[in-house]
Design a protein around this ligand. Structure first.
Ligand SMILES: Nc1nc2c(c(=O)[nH]1)N[C@H]1C(S)=C(S)[C@@H](COP(=O)(O)OP(=O)(O)OC[C@H]3O[C@@H](n4cnc5c(=O)[nH]c(N)nc54)[C@H](O)[C@@H]3O)O[C@H]1N2
Ligand SMILES: Nc1nc2c(c(=O)[nH]1)N[C@H]1C(S)=C(S)[C@@H](COP(=O)(O)OP(=O)(O)OC[C@H]3O[C@@H](n4cnc5c(=O)[nH]c(N)nc54)[C@H](O)[C@@H]3O)O[C@H]1N2
Ligand SMILES: [Mo]
Length: 750
């Protein structure tokens, strides 16, 4: 749409969905909601300010000390020298080649975890992986910060790929609406988080579904530390973070002791209940896992637990578990135990019954839509086979050559000399950032592609300015969505920014791998090529999409994809035919006891689910650190993205911390006060919000505030990862355990 001046409005998409962008010449001047989205996020409001922010990286930059004599000291402290592109690319290419030729590709860490931006071609992580593969490979990472622990434990329990189960097989919202009578949500289901999905969900409907659940009279129970984790109107059973396994065991104890457990289901579809039952009933350790036992651990009333267990047995019940529960020490246990609890209820395989994971974590879960794949830019083959669990990067940098356990294997950490990051912000996402800063001194060189001077860019040696999606053409689509977008180049690159593709093409050419990386194409040639492949794939499925010029003219289209199975039910085929549709576990059944896991001999993840108190939780509160910190996802943005401009908004930083009135009163804290949140690992500032909606003893500080510059002993903006623990969930999952942390809060800035 043009109004005769230089103003134009077009649609683009992102991980938080589609939105309109108004440009005036080479500037983005406004964003507006996408008309087809019933519940459009406000996240893009700040985007014009962020894209043109002074904190954009203007030109290739190399840290002064590194440029002078490759000094590793001063990483994060020193000024950068700006260089012309050719010179900076020459220097970086020489350094990459030097490290590869001296230490081998095993010395290059290219895991480069992070969400970067939507858009199928210019996906930064795919680009960096392809580049590193074109020059001989790199050390990669397994799993995600989101679900790393679940990705390791759940295949042992259900014999399926965890993410495939979630996105392709779990009951959709329609089935839940039609069949579920009681929805038991551990960690809630939060429409705030469902705004976001990989590649974007165009119609944000989670909140509308909850309105329909309420209208139908469905019982909706949120179990966790915060009322606000579920939509308004849900019942709330406040429980302490890290205690869910005790709560679930108590529910299981009621089922078993009152004859409510479905013994037929347990016998026919499961293995190992006979090994688990003695533990549950206290025959092995003298401690029956009764509601009275669980009550002081989780802070819930025993009668509330008993009533809920009876109700769950009486009605069609879906247990849902937020990803946050496995982003904690022993995160394997609530995940496994929720499966056991669902098995005891005997409703697995019935519509609207059983168990499901990550509803509300991202918008795609529950959408019940499996769209077409395609538009994938190949990352090529990685000849290096060394892979670390994604959240173990600090351990890797600290412990080169040392052995560690991971899901039944024992392997050494590689000796990393070069770190290349594109599309992620480890100084946002990693735990115990002060400890990371020490570990970060070990590699010889750190190279980062970034649009903004993030904390990670500031702690690199070489920084290449990358474009944002608004500065390049791309195609937007997600498997979990029924829209297709042409993402036009809206403005020219800001400063001297280049696309990741062009940065890597420039480096690859200098290392003699130009053809391997580009296959002789520019990005302007790759997009038509990949789109043509996608179009063919679509045609083969009977779906007609226009050619690229046609899509360019349309900007976006709704795809005529219908879920072939809107009422699909997780594990229904298995329920119908347990032999013919046996699960992929060693027994072919749901494993309540796993011989495989027992065989690993891990005391932090034995052969059946158990209650293992975390090392930091309210049951182990100390005088120095009496409060439990949870660090949820921010509602007003995606992780640390767009933070540059958000931080400018009056009163927005430091980030807000939610605290219970009694905890606030005993510390003399009122809403709006600047406080210090601290423990032995670090300290940050935050702005207090006093609220009854959080359990006493718990504080919630969202992630995403940019870490301040090194040197100070307090982070001024409120980044919770100066407080969190950098320890794997267990030797089995080795996931991120961010939600396990004790802190103290005090009035004042000091
Ligand atoms: N305490 C605590 N910590 C957590 C969590 C928690 O619950 N608590 N959650 C964890 C989870 S689940 C996750 S997923 C992580 C998220 O952590 P990240 O995914 O690392 O966070 P983002 O801020 O999305 O980082 C993406 C970066 O890519 C940059 N970028 C965007 N587009 C482009 C591009 O086209 N090219 C390049 N080169 N760069 C681009 C952005 O500017 C941004 O700096 O955080 C984890 N950390
Ligand atoms: N707006 C927005 N949405 C996002 C993101 C974003 O950055 N912004 N990030 C996306 C990403 S990458 C991910 S992985 C998902 C994450 O999705 P989740 O893992 O579901 O989200 P969190 O926000 O970490 O945690 C949800 C809630 O869990 C509760 N909780 C913490 N510990 C416990 C516990 O031990 N027991 C119980 N019962 N509850 C607990 C906390 O109160 C917290 O508010 O969110 C996605 N959605
Ligand atoms: Mo995540």
């Amino acid at each position: 749409m043009t109004d005769g001046t230089t103003r134009q409005t077009r649609v683009t998409t992102s991980h938080w969905g589609a939105f309109e962008v108004e440009t005036d010449g080479d500037r983005i001047v406004a964003t507006r909601p996408f008309a087809e989205d019933p519940n459009p996020p406000r996240i893009p409001d700040i985007l014009p300010a962020a894209v043109h922010h002074a904190s954009r990286v203007a030109r290739p930059s190399i840290r002064a000390g590194w440029l002078k004599d490759r000094s590793r000291q001063g990483r994060g402290h020193e000024d950068f020298v700006e260089l012309p592109w050719d010179e900076a690319l020459d220097i970086a290419a020489q350094e990459i080649a030097r490290i590869r030729d001296t230490h081998g590709n095993e010395a290059i860490f290219g895991g480069s975890y992070g969400w970067s931006s939507a858009g199928r071609f210019h996906h930064a992580q795919s680009q960096v992986h392809r580049f590193l593969n074109s020059i001989g490979g790199y050390v990669a990472s397994f799993g995600s910060y989101s679900t790393g622990c679940a990705q390791s434990i759940m295949p042992h329990v259900f014999g399926v790929n965890f993410l495939k189960m979630l996105y392709e097989h779990q009951d959709g919202w329609q089935a839940i609406h039609d069949y579920t009578e009681t929805l038991v949500m551990f960690g809630g289901i939060n429409p705030k988080n469902a705004q976001v999905s990989m590649g974007g969900i165009t119609r944000h409907e989670t909140a509308s579904w909850f309105d329909r659940f309420a209208a139908k009279g469905m019982t909706r129970v949120n179990i966790g530390p915060q009322r606000g984790d579920a939509p308004e109107g849900c019942d709330w059973i406040p429980v302490r973070p890290g205690s869910d396994t005790a709560f679930m065991l108590a529910l299981a104890h009621v089922l078993e002791s009152e004859g409510l457990a479905d013994q037929d289901f347990l016998g026919r579809y499961c293995t190992g209940y006979a090994r688990f039952r003695p533990y549950l009933m206290g025959e092995t350790d003298g401690q029956p896992k009764t509601p009275e036992w669980a009550a002081p651990l989780c802070g819930a009333d025993p009668q509330v637990i008993r009533d809920l267990a009876r109700r769950m047995a009486r009605t069609r019940t879906l247990i849902t578990v937020a990803w946050s529960l496995q982003r904690a020490e022993h995160g394997e246990q609530p995940y496994w135990m929720s499966a056991v609890l669902a098995a005891m209820l005997g409703q697995i395989g019935l519509p609207g019954g059983g168990v499901g994971y990550g509803y509300g974590a991202i918008g795609g879960v529950g959408k019940s839509l499996i769209g077409m794949r395609g538009m994938t830019f190949s990352q090529l083959e990685n000849p290096v086979k060394t892979v670390i669990p994604v959240a173990r990067i600090g351990d890797m940098l600290r412990n080169a050559g040392q052995l560690y356990d991971f899901n039944g294997r024992r392997q050494p950490y590689p000796d990393i000399r070069l770190v290349y990051w594109a599309g992620g912000n480890p100084y946002h996402h990693h735990q115990d950032l002060n400890a990371l800063h020490e570990a970060w001194k070990t590699p010889e060189t750190v190279i980062v592609n970034e649009p903004w001077w993030t904390a990670t860019a500031k702690r690199a040696d070489i920084v290449f300015p990358a474009t944002t999606p608004y500065e390049r053409e791309d195609i937007g689509r997600s498997n979990m969505d029924d829209y297709l977008f042409h993402m036009p180049q809206l403005i020219p690159p800001v400063g001297e920014a280049r696309d990741d593709y062009d940065i890597f093409a420039g480096l690859a050419a200098r290392i003699g791998a130009g053809d391997a990386f580009t296959e002789g194409r520019t990005s302007g040639e790759w997009i038509p090529q990949l789109y043509a492949e996608y179009r063919q794939l679509a045609a083969a499925q009977g779906i007609e999409v226009p050619d690229l010029d046609g899509l360019r003219a349309m900007n976006w289209m709704r795809l005529p994809i219908q879920d072939p199975e809107p009422n699909k039910t997780l594990f229904a085929p298995f329920r119908d035919d347990p032999e013919g549709a046996a699960l992929g576990t060693p027994s072919g059944r749901i494993e309540i006891f796993s011989e495989t896991i027992a065989g690993f001999g891990y005391d932090d993840c034995p052969g059946h689910p158990v209650w293992l108190p975390p090392s930091e939780w309210l049951g182990a509160a100390t005088q120095a650190a009496p409060l439990h910190l949870v660090s949820p996802q921010p509602g007003d943005k995606l992780h640390s993205q767009l933070e540059a401009a958000l931080a400018d908004v009056e009163g927005a930083r430091p980030e807000r911390v939610l605290i219970h009135p009694e905890d606030a009163a005993s510390r003399g804290i009122a809403t709006g006060d600047i406080v210090r949140v601290f423990n032995a690992r670090g300290a940050c500032r935050a702005r207090a919000v006093v609220s009854e909606d959080i359990l006493r003893g718990v504080v919630a500080l969202p992630t995403g505030a940019w870490l301040g510059d090194p040197g100070g002993n307090i982070d001024p903006h409120g980044n919770p990862n100066v407080l969190t623990r950098d320890v794997g969930t267990s030797r089995l999952g080795q996931g991120c355990s961010a939600h396990t942390a004790l802190v103290e809060v005090a009035l004042g800035e000091a």
